[in-house]
Design a protein around this ligand. Structure first.
Ligand SMILES: NC(=O)c1ccc[n+]([C@@H]2O[C@H](COP(=O)([O-])OP(=O)(O)OC[C@H]3O[C@@H](n4cnc5c(N)ncnc54)[C@H](OP(=O)(O)O)[C@@H]3O)[C@@H](O)[C@H]2O)c1
Length: 309
């Protein structure tokens, strides 16, 4: 089968022939219709986390997938051949940028009928990250105030909508060109991060969701009320600051979860969560798509139409 691969850290992305993944008892095989890109793919290729997450080569890229089931493992319950599904694949199955992908049933959800495969592929990794940050880590509740940094990105666009589903008051940081977008997603207070200092605009918040680290993370402690929660996905230790400000702090790596993804699918079906797509590329254009992601200015998700020629 064809797949987007690299053969060594920092090596070029190539579309190459690799062997088809083998079906296991607890997995399904998917004819991939669409995939989406995430910054982790570029981070892995650069070798920044090779000690934490060592790769074998050739490494098939991509985690997010939407497609049709073509084979089902003996122990899988609840999924059948021919069904449309989407998922953030587990690390050991990763490789959604391929004509065929294997996904463990525990990561799968049925694709909402109201969206196409391109839209579905944009949801899993970013949506689950936002859900796990806001619900599992921060315990965000109705009526609370949350500051979501980088509201225009892949994670941010979904985090704003999930927080609104919970019934929170949502402030978010974006640049001027994305104010209308995040307002349309439900943001109550929009801060232009290039013109305004967010710590001068908000105070006494219940939750901050950080995805930048560094100064943004450090200053985020200053806008929380005592007992508030700061959740970061940037992989930086800030326990000392949490103690100093009397708040709780978590950073984490998201995990695949088909049950949580089904909750996101339900929100999509109810039209309280909508995919935001920056751009769509063909399979042959995957290297170009990753170069665009690397620029760091995507608005929503970059998706790959695996069936486009
Ligand atoms: N730990 C985990 O499990 C996990 C999971 C998912 C993602 N992440 C990490 O979270 C980060 C975000 O991921 P993503 O997929 O959302 O990335 P992304 O879509 O590439 O984010 C790009 C967006 O971020 C905005 N942005 C950049 N710097 C900003 C700032 N200082 N303030 C406000 N907005 C800013 C950009 O807006 P402008 O163009 O206007 O600058 C752009 O719209 C990445 O670093 C990623 O590696 C971690």
């Amino acid at each position: 089968m064809k797949a987007a691969i690299f053969n060594n850290y920092e090596g070029p992305i190539e579309i190459s022939d690799v062997s088809i993944p083998k079906l296991t008892a607890n997995s399904v095989i998917i004819d991939v219709h669409a995939a989406s890109l995430n910054p982790i793919d570029n981070i892995l290729r650069a070798g920044y986390i090779k000690d934490l997450m060592p790769l074998t080569f050739p490494h098939v890229m991509g985690y997010d997938v939407s497609g049709i089931i073509t084979a089902v493992g003996d122990d899988v319950i609840g999924f059948k051949v021919g069904e449309a599904v989407f998922a953030r694949a587990h690390q050991e199955d990763a490789g959604s940028l391929a004509s065929v992908a294997r996904v463990q049933a525990s990561a799968l959800a049925h694709k909402p009928e109201s969206i196409n495969h391109l839209e579905a592929a944009s949801i899993p990794l970013a949506g689950l990250t936002a859900w796990q940050a806001l619900v599992d880590k921060a315990g965000l509740k109705e009526g609370q105030r949350v500051l979501i940094h980088a509201g225009s990105g892949g994670v941010g666009t979904l985090a704003i909508q999930i927080a609104k589903n919970i019934g929170a008051f949502v402030a978010t940081t974006v640049s001027a060109r994305n104010v209308d977008l995040v307002t349309s997603l439900g943001a109550d207070l929009v801060i232009d991060y290039k013109q305004q200092d967010f710590k001068e605009v908000v105070a006494d918040y219940d939750v901050v969701f950080d995805m930048s680290g560094g100064e943004v993370l450090q200053n985020s402690f200053k806008v929380l009320k005592k007992g508030g929660h700061l959740v970061s996905i940037k992989g930086q230790d800030a326990d000392d600051l949490a103690t100093k400000y009397g708040v709780s702090f978590d950073w984490f790596f998201m995990t695949p979860d088909g049950i949580q993804l089904t909750k996101l699918a339900d929100m999509i079906a109810n039209v309280t969560l909508k995919p935001v797509i920056d751009s769509t590329f063909s399979f042959a254009e995957v290297p170009k798509a990753y170069a665009k992601l690397d620029e760091g200015h995507a608005v929503g998700k970059i998706v790959i139409d695996m069936k486009a020629s």
